[in-house]
Design a protein around this ligand. Structure first.
Ligand SMILES: C[S@@+](CC[C@H](N)C(=O)[O-])C[C@H]1O[C@@H](n2cnc3c(N)ncnc32)[C@H](O)[C@@H]1O
Ligand SMILES: Nc1c(NC[C@H](O)[C@H](O)[C@H](O)CO)[nH]c(=O)[nH]c1=O
Ligand SMILES: N[C@@H](Cc1ccc(O)cc1)C(=O)O
Ligand code: SF4
Length: 474
């Protein structure tokens, strides 16, 4: 039954998957390498708007065109990055309806005496997790977090936020002393994680917005300061679906599409690379997906700084959207395949399309490497966002796992840097023990096999503050 709080959500969208283009024409353009229109994208994503449902023969034609394009653009190599996910805090009041990563921030306050499973790391705790991962051989740290109300860019930002009459309601701010654990400032967290020559991939557009809320600072200023503190590139999450009528339903508290684009453009203008994402398979339709791809392609035309596109299939099981009956599940296998394929065909200016094993699992993840994707994500060591939403595919892949999986599809395996410029072929020598394979590009990597994080990652209690751990262990 539909929850009354969501019963009045308007799912009667203005944008519907219709077009006056024909599937055959769109496919012809895709095969010829012509730039696709939104109408072409809709035809390919739906395998033709002239008939309902997905036509299996047409679907194979789209996947084949995308696989061929992938081979032309980047060749046969399958890449991965040796990386660590470090989420600093789960405290967040933004309330996105697809997200079960967040915990409402009042539970983190000193006078809250209930239980919760959330965590906040101090800068020193973040640093310890990164140091441990560097010793294991990682090249990159990917860090995305909740929008903790006590987060500010720096001390000056704290001063500005404190001057508001009612900072909590006006600018989503409460001072650090309100909370059991102080996350420090964004600059302090970035400085703490940027150690030992690791590549730091952090500060999504949503986080950059939080880092300038209540001020007249530009995104450029914010990203420049973070860059000076050690930031190397920024993840383009928070994109979800860049169409207002979808954002109003799934993430009304989030920045809008223009703001997302402004933050991305600023990050790239100061010299940071970015990635871009789409989070699909909830209330969105194929028209929304095609419109999203167009926005990303336009942004890349202006900037050239997007290194990869990451289609994130919605994990539904433990999310408000599913629990309140707004959606009955996520994307089908065919929708996932077409999303990857049409991303490859539509984004003629983005070289790399990622197949995310944390979203798709191993079998489908491998299949998608034959549907237009060329990158197979990273080792990540720990994972909270997908796991908390009900994802089942674990939190870690070793180099040996990659070797085993990628040799099964007969493609070369390459360990990459975040920006894909450094590449190292992983020799899949049949004589050698795959268990002996380890990362080699990280600043401290020496080829020793990568092991899952134990005792330092989130989710196992360690790395959390004592107070938070006490709650989590209850
Ligand atoms: C959890 S947020 C953390 C960073 C920051 N709070 C933000 O919103 O950018 C990062 C991204 O995770 C993705 N995500 C969250 N819940 C998800 C779910 N249930 N399924 C798939 N992706 C999800 C969304 O695309 C979101 O932008
Ligand atoms: N680094 C990548 C991740 N990391 C996992 C995220 O923490 C998160 O669980 C989720 O993906 C958010 O939706 N995930 C990817 O899909 N790709 C990456 O490159
Ligand atoms: N956006 C996902 C996954 C991701 C991370 C970094 C990226 O560059 C791309 C995708 C996250 O929250 O971590
Ligand atoms: S997606 Fe990000 S902003 Fe939205 S609730 Fe989750 S953590 Fe908060």
């Amino acid at each position: 039954m539909t929850d009354p709080s969501v019963a009045d959500l308007d799912l009667d969208f203005e944008h519907t998957p219709t077009s006056d283009q024909s599937f055959e024409n769109a496919l012809g353009k895709a095969r010829a390498g012509d730039r696709l229109t939104v109408a072409d994208g809709v035809e390919l994503l739906t395998t033709g708007t002239d008939s309902p449902g997905i036509d299996p023969i047409r679907k194979e034609q789209v996947l084949e065109a995308a696989d061929r394009r992938r081979a032309e653009v980047v060749g046969d190599e399958v890449t991965f990055v040796a990386n660590l996910n470090n989420n600093v805090t789960t405290a967040c009041n933004t309330g996105c309806l697809f997200c079960n990563f967040k915990d409402t921030a009042h539970q983190f306050e000193t006078d809250y005496d209930g239980e919760h499973a959330g965590f906040t790391k101090t800068p020193a705790e973040s640093q310890a997790v990164v140091e441990d991962a560097l010793d294991r051989g990682v090249y990159e740290v990917c860090s995305v977090s909740g929008l903790h109300p006590a987060f500010a860019l720096n001390d000056e930002h704290h001063e500005i936020l404190r001057t508001y009459d009612d900072p909590a309601s006006e600018v989503n701010y409460r001072p650090p002393e309100t909370y059991t654990t102080d996350p420090g400032t964004y600059v302090e967290q970035i400085e703490a994680m940027s150690v030992g020559g690791v590549h730091l991939h952090s500060m999504t557009p949503e986080e950059a917005y939080h880092a300038r809320r209540g001020t007249d600072w530009s995104y450029e200023r914010v990203y420049r300061e973070l860059q000076a503190a050690g930031l190397d590139s920024a993840p383009g999450t928070a994109a979800e679906i860049l169409v207002p009528e979808v954002r109003e339903v799934i993430c009304p508290g989030k920045i809008d599409s223009d703001e997302w684009e402004a933050a991305m453009e600023a990050a790239m203008s100061v010299g940071l690379d970015t990635t871009a994402t789409i989070m699909y398979g909830h209330v969105d339709n194929e028209m929304h997906r095609a419109m999203h791809l167009k926005r990303v392609r336009d942004l890349q035309d202006r900037t050239g700084g997007i290194t990869e596109f990451v289609p994130l299939s919605f994990i539904h099981q433990q999310t408000p959207l599913y629990e309140h009956g707004v959606v009955s599940g996520g994307a089908s296998d065919a929708e996932d395949e077409l999303m990857i394929a049409v991303s490859r065909l539509f984004l003629d200016n983005v070289d790399h399309i990622q197949s995310s094993w944390v979203k798709f699992g191993n079998a489908k993840g491998l299949k998608l490497l034959n549907c237009g994707a060329d990158d197979f994500m990273g080792t990540i060591l720990s994972e909270e966002i997908t796991k908390r939403a009900g994802g089942q595919y674990g939190e870690f892949r070793s180099v040996a796992d990659y070797a085993e999986m990628v040799s099964a599809i007969g493609r070369p395996l390459v360990e990459r840097s975040t920006d894909y410029t450094e590449r190292r072929r992983v020799e899949l020598d049949v004589e050698a023990d795959p268990e002996s394979l380890g990362p080699r590009l990280g600043p401290r990597a020496d080829g020793t096999p990568l092991l899952p994080a134990t005792g330092t990652g989130v989710g196992d209690g360690a790395g959390e503050s004592d107070e938070d751990r006490a709650h989590a262990d209850d």
